[in-house]
Design a protein around this ligand. Structure first.
Ligand SMILES: *[C@@H]1O[C@H](CO)[C@@H](O)[C@H](O)[C@H]1NC(C)=O
Ligand SMILES: *[C@@H]1O[C@H](CO)[C@@H](O)[C@H](O)[C@H]1NC(C)=O
Ligand SMILES: *[C@@H]1O[C@H](CO)[C@@H](O)[C@H](O)[C@H]1NC(C)=O
Ligand SMILES: *[C@@H]1O[C@H](CO)[C@@H](O)[C@H](O)[C@H]1NC(C)=O
Ligand SMILES: *[C@@H]1O[C@H](CO)[C@@H](O)[C@H](O)[C@H]1NC(C)=O
Ligand SMILES: *[C@@H]1O[C@H](CO)[C@@H](O)[C@H](O)[C@H]1NC(C)=O
Ligand SMILES: *[C@@H]1O[C@H](CO)[C@@H](O)[C@H](O)[C@H]1NC(C)=O
Length: 521
């Protein structure tokens, strides 16, 4: 009995002890929970892939793995605005240092007004960042935290107006930057700095009107530069400095009206130059100098009235040329001569519809090309090129044509008439809209003059030549570039390959200056 009571007493003590112990563990656990809740409010040390707090301004969905320090891809939604740049939420990205792909979808207007550089600091393995629909207005210096592994940055459809100096800087592995659909106004000199592997830069659909000289000098590996749909009206010989590896330059849908000499002279590797849908009226004879690799040039939908005769001397490799929808009144054989043979193979293209050609012997070469080319596109285009008998009406003063064309074109009326006769005896082509507008035979001479004819339906010998013939196959020199020594320098690009060009240029410059000093001293 005594023994039993003692055992019961010991049991009691043990049980009490166990209970007290259990209670203290519970209290500790409750404390832990409280602490964890606190962390959620503060943000620090929280796993960014596993945010349960409904009030959090950022929620991320992580593919692959949500374990701490193990996710490779995160897609984050930003719900509430006004997150300060140094908010603790950004430090939480330290919980997933192995992220390689990170994107932000901004769901509320004004919710994300900056690149979260504070978060990027922790993501040294990041390869791709994408921020869409934010309201980023300004990209600040070193916004991408000098990330060595970053390969792609996409910031399309934000409201970026300003790219500060060094905004994209020290990103040794970046190959592609997309800034499409923003409101960028200017490209400054060092906005893109030390990006040795950048291959593609998309600036489509912005409001760029100014590109500072040498703005792309620190992106020398760039192969594709897209400036489509901007507000650019002026380019000069230093705009594209340093882009010796560029292969494609898209300048469509801007407001460029004047291409001055050597604008593209640095672009030794350019294959494709797109200038369609601008307001081009004036092209310097040497605007395309240096483009020895150019295959494709588009100038459609501009306001070109005439082209200087040697304008393609620097782009002799061209095999696709689009001049549709301009106001060209002539295109001489001299204009086309440097590339004439390139226009014969099957995959070449010369597109000339919708111009204001005058029916005269300067268009004769179109017959030979139609005969010799294997390109279906070129044939089809030539077949629908039309011309009128009127002298051209040239409105813009600086493109005003000198005498021989405007006034002294004194057509032989017999030939002109012969053209008309032939015209009416030929059957009309099927479905060619602007082929001929005349309906009846009793039309006046003035009406005849406004009639559009198919160039190729007029036998080559019926194309009238102005009375003082000789010079008509050559265009008058509309512009004379004033900077003589550089012209000489550029001439060397035409006659030597590019490696030899620099030293040859220096030789010629020395020769030139010694000649000058000989003559003038
Ligand atoms: C992290 O992910 C790898 C594979 O992606 C897996 O083998 C490893 O177990 C994960 N580690 C943790 C702690 O979840
Ligand atoms: C990036 O590197 C530059 C030059 O080394 C340095 O001045 C700058 O502070 C760095 N920025 C960041 C965000 O790391
Ligand atoms: C570029 O990325 C590769 C592979 O991701 C890496 O090995 C290399 O170190 C990076 N280059 C630099 C300069 O960091
Ligand atoms: C584009 O920039 C010009 C200034 O160059 C400015 O006047 C204009 O309002 C801008 N357009 C838009 C749509 O922001
Ligand atoms: C085009 O540029 C040339 C050379 O800079 C200049 O002489 C000419 O006036 C310009 N024309 C127009 C219409 O801006
Ligand atoms: C077109 O080719 C035919 C036959 O090859 C030739 O007789 C004719 O003279 C050529 N016409 C022109 C305009 O070159
Ligand atoms: C003319 O066009 C119509 C329809 O486009 C087609 O049916 C017809 O065969 C064409 N005629 C000729 C001679 O090509």
């Amino acid at each position: 009995m005594k023994m039993e009571r003692r055992i019961a007493g010991i049991m009691y003590i043990l049980i009490t002890f166990a209970l007290v112990n259990e209670m203290s563990i519970n209290v500790q656990a409750r404390d832990n929970n409280k602490r964890r809740a606190k962390e959620k409010v503060g943000g620090f040390q929280k796993n960014i892939c596993d945010i349960t707090d409904r009030d959090s301004k950022v929620h991320c969905y992580c593919e692959n793995n949500r374990e701490l320090r193990n996710a490779t891809k995160a897609e984050c939604w930003v719900f509430n605005g006004g997150i300060p740049r140094d908010d603790l939420i950004w430090q939480s990205f330290a919980s997933q240092p192995t992220l390689q792909t990170l994107s932000f979808n901004v769901r509320v207007d004004g919710a994300l007004g900056y690149v979260p550089t504070k978060a990027l600091h922790y993501l040294q393995r990041l390869r791709s960042i994408n921020i869409k629909y934010g309201n980023i207005v300004e990209l600040t210096s070193f916004a991408f935290a000098n990330l060595t592994n970053l390969k792609e940055a996409t910031l399309s459809t934000n409201q970026i107006e300003t790219i500060q100096q060094f905004a994209f800087a020290h990103l040794p592995n970046i190959t592609s930057i997309n800034l499409e659909d923003n409101m960028i106004i200017e490209i400054g000199t060092e906005a893109f700095y030390d990006l040795p592997k950048l291959e593609k830069l998309v600036l489509t659909k912005n409001n760029i009107s100014s590109i500072k000289d040498g703005a792309f000098q620190r992106t020398f590996n760039l192969q594709e530069l897209d400036l489509n749909k901007n507000n650019i009206f002026h380019l000069n010989r230093h705009t594209f400095d340093g882009l010796a590896n560029l292969r494609k330059l898209d300048l469509r849908r801007n407001r460029i009206n004047n291409l001055t000499e050597f604008t593209f002279a640095e672009l030794w590797n350019l294959h494709e130059l797109l200038l369609g849908k601008n307001e081009l009226k004036f092209i310097s004879e040497r605007a395309f100098d240096g483009l020895s690799q150019l295959d494709k040039l588009s100038l459609d939908d501009n306001k070109l009235v005439a082209l200087p005769s040697g304008w393609l001397e620097g782009a002799r490799g061209l095999s696709t040329l689009d001049l549709r929808s301009n106001e060209l009144y002539a295109l001489t054989f001299d204009n086309i001569r440097p590339i004439f043979d390139n226009l014969k193979p099957q995959n070449s293209n010369l597109l000339l519809e919708e111009n204001n050609f005058v029916c005269d012997c300067r268009l004769k070469w179109m017959h030979s090309l139609r005969n010799e080319t294997k390109s279906q596109n070129t044939k089809a285009s030539l077949d629908s090129v039309t011309c009128k008998m009127d002298p051209p009406v040239v409105s813009s003063a600086y493109n005003k044509l000198p005498d021989p064309i405007e006034n002294k074109l004194d057509y032989n009326q017999d030939i002109l008439h012969a053209g008309l006769t032939i015209e009416t005896t030929l059957s009309k082509p099927n479905g060619t809209e602007n082929y001929i507008e005349e309906q009846s035979n009793d039309i006046t001479v003035t009406a005849k003059k406004g009639v559009k004819r198919n160039v190729l339906k007029m036998p080559p010998d019926s194309l009238p030549c102005p009375r003082e013939t000789k010079k008509t196959t050559e265009m008058p020199q509309l512009m004379i570039d004033p900077v003589i020594p550089i012209q000489n320098e550029m001439k060397t690009y035409r006659f030597h390959d590019t490696n030899a060009a620099t030293s040859a240029a220096i030789d010629i410059l020395i020769l030139w200056s010694s000649m000058l000093s000989f003559f003038f001293t």
